[in-house]
Design a protein around this ligand. Structure first.
Ligand code: ADP
Length: 484
């Protein structure tokens, strides 16, 4: 699939340190999850390279923060334009290494680029404050300054957007970054870095350390332990988030964490059922269920339960599974064998505990899993507790609003939640009662660049995107001027 790139020079396989492509001492293989085909051998860097990247970032920091906000904004704007101008190639790289259908991949390129556009604009609005003095001989100022060298560790499910959502605000604020992309999807990250260089981002301001899974752990330790790195942003599993948080404790590093979810999707008796079916499908099966905001548990009120279940199963049965490069496919492969095993374990557990399979329920050839709906799910099933991260929708029946809220909140996670209702009182009541960072009401998809994305409880810390997304990358300094 990579032979068809319009600009073959976007296929980068070396890491980027201080504006130089670094081959590293060894390489690791990247595969197409749809076909198993070998795509490329990428530089496998280790702890010493991570130290070099941190040093390069630190050295580049002074000149980068000394640029005016408008100068940084213009460079980011240029990067945004180059990302969009190369949308087709970036989409192709992404489908090849990640598996998501090509139209969805191109959609992610636009979504990922939109963070660069947004923070190019926000760069000019990092405003400080003056406060009323408590003594007329003094003046009180609040400055906002870039926090310093930032590290970003990103996952494979959004190979571009999870990078730009962290890197764009960091660069906009005046911070250099060291990125450690997921080992499954380094090619999209490296192509984006090449475009950053073309946009004029100076050497050392943006560094990419590619590494296989073993080296990722070692590189992660260096990024966490370094006193030069002032901020770590991570998107990935709660389990790894906990490890990174502990590793960052000795240096009291600022953290932005976007971790796992266990999103409830609630359909009340007063919902528009057809719209709820569409929303549930979009929310559950996007990226073959591999997003942290995908619905994990679908709760349907008794009065509309059978109607919803039948219509939803019929909708899911129309999903087209296949290679993301094929026309019409909307369900690609899962990222790796362990992902398939987890979905299979959740489905088998649900069936063993009385679940009713309405569609799918099994693996297909290769790394594909049949889109699955299991009705009559209940709280004792694994799928009620754990994030499946695959194309399996368990449907639970409930009687009362209070019961639905209690079930939805009965989890250590708190990222996205969804519900369908046409009762205005219930819309406010339930929105306020759900212990989640994000609530979609009568929608199945809610993320965009200018809204605060993030979770509560063990789903993470901080918010990405929106004007709040800049906060983690600036320090507030109070200046008290006397003798005025
Ligand atoms: P997922 O479940 O989405 O694969 P992970 O949390 O395992 O998410 O991985 C997300 C990112 O974190 C990847 O870039 C991966 O290489 C990295 N990673 C995984 N384990 C560690 C670790 N112990 N230390 C540092 N980075 C890690």
């Amino acid at each position: 699939p990579l032979a068809l790139l319009k600009d073959p020079t976007l296929l980068k396989t070396d890491a980027l340190i201080n504006g130089q492509w670094a081959a590293g001492g060894s390489r690791f293989a990247v595969h197409d999850p749809a076909t198993g085909q070998h795509l490329a051998d990428v530089a496998n860097l280790g702890p010493a390279d991570a130290e070099a990247a941190i040093a390069a970032a630190d050295a580049a920091w002074g000149a980068w923060k000394a640029k005016t906000a408008k100068e940084r904004s213009n460079i980011l704007r240029k990067w945004y334009e180059l990302l969009m101008a190369n949308q087709d190639d970036l989409g192709r790289l992404m489908t090849a290494e990640q598996g998501k259908p090509l139209p969805e991949a191109k959609g992610e390129v636009a979504y990922g680029a939109s963070f660069v556009e947004w923070f190019a604009e926000e760069a000019k609005r990092v405003n400080g404050e003056t406060l009323p003095q408590f003594d007329n001989n003094r003046r009180l100022l609040v400055l906002k300054q870039p926090i310093g060298v930032c590290a970003a560790i990103t996952p494979w499910n959004f190979p571009l957007a999870m990078i730009t959502r962290k890197v764009a605000p960091a660069l906009a604020a005046g911070c250099p970054v060291v990125i450690k992309p997921a080992e499954q999807t380094p090619l999209t990250a490296l192509a984006a870095a090449e475009l950053a260089l073309r946009a004029g981002i100076p050497a050392g301001v943006l560094n990419v350390i590619t590494a296989d899974s073993a080296n990722s752990v070692a590189v992660g330790k260096v990024l966490c332990a370094s006193p030069v790195v002032r901020h770590l942003s991570f998107t990935g599993s709660t389990e790894v988030g906990r490890i990174l948080m502990a590793q960052c404790a000795p240096t009291i590093k600022k953290l932005s964490l976007e971790l796992g979810g266990n999103a409830p999707f609630i359909v009340f008796d007063d919902a528009d059922i057809d719209s709820a079916v569409e929303g549930a499908f979009a929310s559950k099966y996007r990226n073959a269920g591999q997003t942290c905001v995908c619905s994990n548990r679908i709760y349907v009120q008794a009065g509309v339960y059978e109607e919803f279940v039948q219509k939803f199963a019929a909708k899911v049965a129309t999903a087209k599974v296949g290679n993301g490069f094929e026309e019409g496919v909307n369900q690609g492969p899962l990222i790796e064998e362990t992902a398939l095993q987890k979905v299979e374990r959740h489905v088998q557990d649900a069936v063993a505990k009385g679940g009713r399979v309405l569609v799918g329920g099994h693996r297909l050839q290769g790394q594909f899993f049949a889109p699955t709906v299991v009705a009559d799910a209940h709280a004792d099933m694994l799928c009620a507790r754990e994030e499946t991260f695959g194309p399996f929708a368990p449907v639970f029946k409930f009687e009362t609003e209070a019961e639905a809220i209690a079930a939805a909140n009965d989890t250590e996670f708190g990222l996205a939640s969804y519900f369908y209702s046409r009762d205005v009182g219930r819309i406010f009541r339930v929105s306020e009662a759900l212990e989640y960072g994000m609530v979609g009401v009568n929608v199945g998809i809610l993320a965009t660049e200018h809204v605060p994305f993030g979770g509560v409880k063990q789903s993470g810390l901080g918010r990405e995107g929106s004007h709040y997304g800049m906060d983690d990358y600036v320090e507030i300094k109070y200046v008290c001027v006397g003798d005025v």
